[in-house]
Every structure is written in structure tokens, then in C-alpha cells.
Design a protein around this ligand. Structure first.
Ligand code: GLN
Length: 255
């Protein structure tokens, strides 16, 4: 089965190795016997988003977010929303996640309107939230950990229609206050975790791939891959998060 991955703004939105998520999706899709094709989609492009099997958009600083906001809203917004309503899985990191909420207000007071796909709003704070993150998510039906790296001034607050992707065990997550991390709407996921996220959290990559395959083929389940190396990478990222908490001897019990 061909698996068409849309990489949104690869030339503009790519921070802290976010592009590695697309490489991980491509590679794991091949290991699962699929035929992945990555389609870059950038300024001025207006493809039929429902033809894609998976949509990815990486993070960007305020400047990059400003460059794409109008294009995202006008050329792509309705198509992306329709695709997500039709069940297309989507992963948006940090600056992308913010722009898929209602708005991002920069610290200078400029408001960048978002798609409103997630019922979240983001206000920049006076300090940046930076460091390794350890979070717990029950997205796949069982409790799994996520490791990643965050660097954002935005504080994202969930509205009543938003479900968090997980809760932070170490790190700031959505806003550094309420313990939530990211958001989920249908098969669309928003998160603050860079890193790249998917190579170190293979279960999440397979969750997205599984949703994409299920949409085309119903009932088909992906086989489990040998993730010994990926699990080592996951475990190796944890001490950074543990140090951020200041010690963390007990943390390793999570893995
Ligand atoms: N500009 C946003 C912020 O600082 C997003 C940064 C990012 O994508 N890492 O909150």
C-alpha cells in the first residue's frame, strides 16, 4: 500500500530536528511493508489534503510562524480541517501546534490567528520553557512514556473541547502550570516535544501509521517491529529529563 505523507512547510518549519519525524515515519512505513511517498507542501501550494494518508508540520520560531500564518489559513486551512474530519492522522510540533489552535499571541502583542483545529489558545510568556521532557500518554489505550525536548515562550491553554495528549512528569508541557502536554483531536496530535520526537518514541510513530493504514484498509493492524535500538534511545533521553527535575533516581522506574 502506498502511504502518502504530507510534509508541511519543510523549508520554513523545522526546529531541533523536527524533520527527523518524517524520516522516522518513512523508514518505519517501509519496515511495515508499506510504500511511503513524502510530498513537500509549502507557501502557495493548495493540494487536496484528503488524498494524503498522514500530515506532518514541524515547529518554528515567531518569525517563521509569521511567514506562514496567512498562507496556512487561506490556502490550506479548510483542506487540512476537512482531512482531519475525514480521519487523516496529523502531527504538529510546537510552533505548528500553536497555529492549529485558535491563536498565538507573541510577547510583543502580535496575534497570529490559527486554524482552530484544536480548542487551545497560546499566549507568549516573559520567559522560555526549555529542557528535556518526560510525559505519560494513554493515547494508545495503555500508559506509555514520551521523551522529547521543549523550547517555547508560548503558554498553551486547553479549552473545554480539547483533550491533552498526556501529562508531564518532568518539564513544562503546555503551560508549565496545569501538568498537561499537547492536544488530541480525532487523529490529529499537537505537542511541544521536539527532538526529534518519533525516532525516540516509536510507539507514537506506529500509532500514527496504524491510524493511516486503518483509514484505508479498515481492521488491518501493523505488526510489532523490533524496537530494541529505539527503546535504548528512549531510555538514553530520560536522564536529561531526570536531571531537569533535580535527581530522578526513581524516574527510571517508568521505563
Ligand atoms: N515561537 C513559539 C514559541 O516560542 C514556537 C517555538 C517552537 O516551535 N519551538 O512559543
Amino acid at each position: 500500500m502506498r502511504l502518502v505523507i504530507c510534509h508541511l512547510y519543510p523549508d520554513i518549519m523545522n526546529l531541533y530536528g523536527d524533520r527527523g519525524n518524517v524520516i522516522a515515519l518513512d523508514r518505519r512505513a517501509r519496515w511495515h511493508g508499506l510504500e511511503p511517498v513524502v510530498v513537500p507542501v509549502s507557501l502557495g501550494d493548495a493540494p487536496d489534503f484528503e488524498k494524503f494518508d498522514l500530515i506532518f508540520m514541524g515547529g518554528g520560531q515567531d518569525r517563521e510562524q509569521g511567514l506562514i500564518t496567512a498562507d496556512l489559513l487561506q490556502a490550506k486551512g479548510p483542506g487540512i480541517k476537512a482531512a482531519v474530519e475525514a480521519g487523516v492522522p496529523l502531527l504538529a510540533i510546537c510552533g505548528a501546534y500553536q497555529l492549529l489552535g485558535h491563536y498565538y499571541r507573541t510577547f510583543a502583542g502580535e496575534v497570529l490567528p490559527g486554524l482552530g483545529l484544536f480548542d487551545v489558545r497560546t499566549e507568549a510568556g516573559p520567559t522560555r520553557i526549555i529542557g528535556d521532557v518526560l510525559a505519560e500518554s494513554k493515547l494508545s489505550g495503555e500508559s506509555r512514556t514520551l521523551v522529547g525536548f521543549e523550547n517555547h515562550s508560548g503558554r498553551t491553554f486547553l479549552g473545554p473541547g480539547a483533550v491533552p495528549l498526556g501529562r508531564v512528569l518532568v518539564g513544562g508541557g503546555n503551560n508549565g502550570r496545569d501538568g498537561t502536554e499537547g492536544a488530541v483531536y480525532r487523529n490529529a496530535l499537537g505537542t511541544y516535544l521536539h527532538g526529534s520526537l518519533l525516532p525516540k518514541n516509536p510507539w507514537l510513530a506506529d500509532y500514527l501509521l496504524g491510524r493511516a493504514v486503518e483509514r484505508r484498509r479498515g481492521g488491518v493492524r501493523l505488526a510489532r517491529l523490533d524496537d530494541a535500538l529505539e527503546d535504548m534511545a528512549h531510555r538514553a533521553a530520560a536522564p536529561g529529563a531526570a536531571r531537569r527535575r533535580g535527581g530522578g533516581g526513581g524516574l527510571l522506574g517508568f521505563f
